[in-house]
Design a protein around this ligand. Structure first.
Ligand SMILES: NC(=O)C1=CN([C@@H]2O[C@H](COP(=O)(O)OP(=O)(O)OC[C@H]3O[C@@H](n4cnc5c(N)ncnc54)[C@H](OP(=O)(O)O)[C@@H]3O)[C@@H](O)[C@H]2O)C=CC1
Ligand SMILES: O=C(O)C(=O)Cc1ccc(O)cc1
Length: 443
């Protein structure tokens, strides 16, 4: 498309978009919106003014401002793209400087604190239309869900936001702030808890799982890559999601309970008890095995084609997949059916649900998993650490301790740091395949 095709439409030629917070998401928006012809005013913390200005010196329609006051007073639509934990302070600081009649929104992953702060600090003549791109900053925005929340605004303001953001070519999903928080908790809280706990457990045992034969191949590839992708991000993104969303708190707590109960059944060697519990959860979340039709979220060939470890011709060693059994048990306990929210699913969520679905779709694989759980002692110490890790995250989230959360996350991030670059290459390929098959489904 020629750049001129993407210029602002008639009536919005002088419309200015303001971005407060020029981290990963803010920069991604600045670059995409400015490429579509929108004039951008942007800022980060004041001490980054000079370096940001230098970085964007050659970009004609991105102007870096000293702080959020300069952005707010001259922009027609302002997006706050800062850490969720400090959103109220940042809005309190710059909100009163908002241009009269402007539209304001935020990018944070949990909307209740953001909306509360907008209501408290924005002048009454300012419209509130919030947003949330349901993917990380490195993902192509095309076709990904983009939530729009018309909280306090006439339709005309929403139309303007749609016009500006249409250049992302994402799929708009219209929700209230409350619906957004419930749905994102349902799709993200439990799966994040599982993969964060996996990383912590491997770290506690000083294991790089791809160096161990028992973690090479099949489902293990997705588990390891997803775990590394999560630990490769900034800590505050996942802390904010879990700690600030009241629905998420409940789910992280239930996940720890589910994992503990399943682990105890494994220790007892109670195969019947374990099978009954897991089958019951499977039927609640996925329906009975005979309900399976349609394509899986992840083709089995994708599962085995990417590996960080040495490829082997041998079939993957059976694992008890406590982390995945725990997710389904938790969803069942809370009456959550994750498929109800596919419209709001992130690419990583589709991977995480896809790998779980792969295990539960295949009754013989599931039965082998349950037998392994009671008979094979090889994973006992990994699972002990995993159970501790899940309970540790749950305690930290229930107490709302951002500082402890950060320390827990960063120590494990440092442990895996040397492998992030390689994992990103493999993870990007895996993600591309999953996204391609998702697009094919929609044709
Ligand atoms: N990363 C992701 O995958 C996604 C993130 N989100 C959400 O988007 C928001 C931004 O995330 P992301 O870009 O990844 O995070 P980043 O940490 O990369 O960016 C946030 C930026 O805002 C800056 N900032 C903090 N306070 C101020 C202030 N007073 N004025 C101006 N700038 C300030 C931060 O500075 P400093 O670092 O010094 O605090 C940082 O540079 C978060 O709420 C996150 O939850 C939403 C979708 C996906
Ligand atoms: O897909 C995931 O769950 C991610 O990890 C990426 C992510 C993180 C935060 C968001 O608000 C949206 C997407």
């Amino acid at each position: 498309m020629a750049l001129t095709d993407m210029n602002p439409p008639a009536g919005m030629e002088n419309f200015v978009v303001g971005l407060i917070g020029m981290g990963d998401m803010g920069k991604m928006y600045a670059e995409r919106l400015s490429a579509a012809g929108w004039r951008i005013l942007a800022c980060d913390r004041e001490d980054r003014f000079d370096s940001l200005r230098e970085q964007y010196a050659g970009k004609n329609n991105i102007e870096i401002c000293r702080n959020g006051h300069y952005v707010s007073r001259a922009s027609d639509y302002i997006i706050y793209s800062v850490e969720a934990a400090i959103i109220d302070r940042v809005i309190a600081q710059f909100g009163p400087s908002t241009k009269m009649g402007a539209i304001v929104g935020g990018q944070t992953s949990c909307k209740s604190p953001e909306i509360r702060a907008f209501e408290e600090y924005l002048p009454p003549d300012v419209h509130i239309v919030s947003c949330h791109s349901l993917h990380g900053p490195g993902v192509d925005t095309h076709n990904q869900p983009l939530v729009l929340i018309q909280h306090r605004a006439p339709d005309e303001a929403l139309r303007k936001v749609e016009t500006v953001l249409s250049c992302l070519r994402s799929k708009f999903v219209y929700l209230t702030a409350q619906e957004h928080d419930r749905i994102t908790a349902d799709t993200q809280a439990v799966t994040h808890a599982a993969f964060l706990s996996m990383g912590k457990a491997w770290h506690a045992n000083s294991q790089f799982p791809w160096e161990l034969n028992r973690y090479v191949g099949g489902i293990e590839n997705v588990k390891i890559n997803t775990m590394l992708r999560i630990y490769g991000q900034k800590w505050h993104v996942y802390a904010g999601l879990a700690i600030l969303n009241p629905e998420a708190k409940k789910q992280v707590a239930q996940y720890a309970e589910s994992v503990t109960a399943l682990y105890k059944l494994m220790l007892k060697g109670d195969l019947d008890g374990l099978r009954n519990r897991v089958y019951h959860a499977r039927d609640k979340v996925f329906g009975s095995a005979s309900d399976w039709d349609g394509r899986p979220l992840i083709e089995p060939s994708i599962l085995s084609s990417f590996s960080l470890g040495k490829p082997t011709d041998a079939p993957p060693r059976p694992n008890n997949h406590l982390s995945l059994l725990g997710m389904v048990d938790c969803w069942a306990a809370l009456d959550i059916v994750p498929y109800d929210h596919m419209l709001c699913s992130t690419p990583l969520f589709r991977l995480r649900l896809g790998v779980t679905e792969h295990l539960f779709r295949n009754t013989s694989l599931l039965d082998e998993t349950l037998r392994t759980a009671v008979e094979d002692k090889m994973y006992r110490s990994d699972d002990l650490e995993f159970t501790f890790a899940a309970r540790g995250w749950a305690e930290c989230v229930s107490l709302g301790h951002f500082e402890t959360w950060e320390k827990r996350f960063v120590s494990t991030q440092e442990f895996f740091q040397p492998r992030f670059a390689e994992a990103k290459v493999v993870g990007d390929q895996m993600m591309r395949k999953v996204l391609e098959s998702y697009k094919e489904d929609e044709k």
